[in-house]
Design a protein around this ligand. Sequence first.
Ligand SMILES: Nc1ncnc2c1ncn2[C@@H]1O[C@H](COP(=O)(O)OP(=O)(O)OP(=O)(O)O)[C@@H](O)[C@H]1O
Ligand SMILES: [Mg+2]
Length: 454
Amino acid sequence: MKLEIEITKKQRSFIEAGETEVLFGGAAGGGKSYGQLIDALLYALKYPGSKQLVLRRSFAELDKSLIRVSLGLFPREIYSYNASSHVGKFKNGSIIDFGYCAYENDVYQYQSAEYDQIRFDELTHFTRTQYLYLISRLRGANNFPKQIKSTTNPGGVGHGWVKERFIDRSEAGRPFRGEDGMERIFIPSHLSDNTFLMRNDGGYKARLMALPINERRALLFGDWDVFDGQYFPEFSRDRHVCTPFEIPDSWRRFRTIDYGLDRLACLWVALSPEGRIYVYREFCESNLPISLAASKILENTTEGEDIYATLAPPDLWFRTQESGKSKNILFYEAGLNLTKTANNRESGWLALKELMLDGGDGPRLQIFSNCTELIKCLPMLKIDKLRPTDCSTEPHEITHAPDALRGFAIYRTSPAKNQNQNGHKRWTRDLWDDFLRANQREQNYLIKKYGEPN
Ligand SMILES: Nc1ncnc2c1ncn2[C@@H]1O[C@H](COP(=O)(O)OP(=O)(O)OP(=O)(O)O)[C@@H](O)[C@H]1O
Ligand SMILES: [Mg+2]
């Protein structure tokens, strides 16, 4: 018997992926579910006697999509399906169980089962607990390859954990090893990959275009960074993240830090001659006292690397009560000379938004794909409910790397933006701090020099 099946390039990558965990995810209609079923068919034929589990969250969805499509796709001469047990059997002894887990605990029905391949369709509809439990069913006394292969769109209850497990850790399409040692890969799917659908249903794309912006970004572009209340909707992995390259020696380099005992974030930034800003390295770690933070920053700077300035927020200049020394002095004593930036949060964020905009030849801000904390945190920042022009400081752990980048953005833009129409500098948060501590005479001086507070 000869199978006549055509597949797209991305479906081929999915089918050929050998990592233990594979995710094929992104735009709606990219051919993900279809690719999953072809892969299941090829596996069943290649490994006679193999066992596979194909899952969807609810039975209705399973029946409507996967079961129905598989009945059209799998050749009748070699395949039969039992609608009451939901088991598909091949003549060579391979089987496919079609399952669903409507409730969290439904996974326990698989307690005594063993599978060679487990396939989730619409993985973001599942919870992490369900996923982790089911992957423990991946075993068997044979040498068939054992894998969990999933397909999904962004969104759904599991969006967060799926994104963290597969997308935040590596560049798309590049295999990586998780902290648990498992090999993973994320294969992004785009609507344009599916030549079959584009050929036969020209109106599909137009229908997706008509969706509200966030759904459109998720379903049409397969964008994982979309959710309501996002502070930087302009941020996109496709446009702001780039593959690392060797930075020429002649480019000016900076470090910019955000420091607290809870977390240090240090970013290395280089300026290209045409004015593009490349964040090319990051170092983020918790619980570092200043001396250690400083030495870690220096250690992570390549020998001979010429750093023009190390930028830091003005609160590091405040004197602490215990030692009477400001943090900036302690950094200095540990070998790191800091340059003070302004701390007007809103101007800083605006400056950063400005850098993310596309000026026609791509955005000025580019982040190397190795800066994973920054790339993860930027799209997670949420709009502050009380001050919509600012972003929320919760959850606190995601704010450090973006704060460090904000310091750089305000440093780059403040010389021009700090002037008001009278040529007076605008009142920064710093200036306010000085003003409030100053006596009458000094205050008059500041007003004369910088204009009335604004
Ligand atoms: N290799 C192929 N040959 C023929 N038709 C295909 C192929 N791949 C996909 N299609 C068709 O394209 C359409 C969309 O494919 P599919 O349902 O697999 O997309 P999807 O990425 O799972 O979409 P969704 O995100 O909506 O679940 C379907 O009608 C499917 O039959
Ligand atoms: Mg699908």
